[in-house]
Design a protein around this ligand. Structure first.
Ligand code: PRP
Ligand code: MN
Ligand code: MG
Length: 181
């Protein structure tokens, strides 16, 4: 494994900029979910970083659970097929559920996930996503909390991977096209 920075063309968001924005989102969630005992649902694997940071910036108590779905596999394009790899461990009926995602790209993963979760009749169902690509979104996702809207480039870091790599880069970087072409 070599230095991650060598494979990046640019850094779109520094760790400090990400942290600043997470603090703001946490403040909004604190207010909106006071007294509601929310259940944060992280979408493995990408959401591990935002989940860990966001929940620790909250003042209110929350529960956490995880689902694992994958639509990208080892490529840079959504396969369009969402593979369901791991279900929740708890019943979400009548719970206030906040789905936590690293990024909304085409929106296919979340639209699949939201209809799956909605059928279990939670008390409420909202989404917090750290990044969104407005130019790539192919479905309308009602996303209550957004970190940053970003350009339509292949980005890695802060949980986002290329073929399983680069997730542990602390900021958000644009991968050099040579790396995946
Ligand atoms: C990535 C990312 C989101 C999803 C967004 O997950 O973490 O979950 O794709 O893309 P979409 O809006 O086009 O559906 P991926 O399928 O790569 O699995 P991973 O989280 O394990 O990396
Ligand atoms: Mn994911
Ligand atoms: Mg991925």
């Amino acid at each position: 494994a070599d230095a991650i920075a060598d494979d990046l063309a640019s850094v779109l968001y520094t760790p400090e900029q990400i942290r600043e924005r997470v603090v703001v989102l946490a403040g909004q969630i604190d207010k909106d979910y006071a007294g509601k005992d929310p259940l944060l649902v992280g979408v493995l694997n990408g959401a591990v970083m935002i989940m860990a940071d966001l929940c620790r910036e909250l003042s209110i108590d929350c529960e956490m659970d995880w689902m694992a779905v994958s639509s990208y596999g080892s490529g840079t394009k959504s396969s369009g097929v969402v593979r369901f790899l791991k279900d929740l461990s708890v019943d979400i009926h009548d719970r206030h559920v906040l789905v936590v995602e690293d990024i909304i790209d085409t929106g296919l993963t979340l639209s699949w996930l939201l209809s799956n979760l909605a059928s279990r009749q939670p008390a409420s169902l909202e989404v917090a996503a750290m990044f969104r690509k407005p130019e790539a979104v192919r479905t309308t996702i009602d996303c209550r909390y957004i970190g940053y809207d970003i350009p339509n480039e292949f980005v890695v870091g802060y949980g986002l991977d290329y073929d399983g790599h680069y997730r542990n880069f602390k900021g958000l970087g644009v991968l050099r096209p040579e790396v995946y072409s």
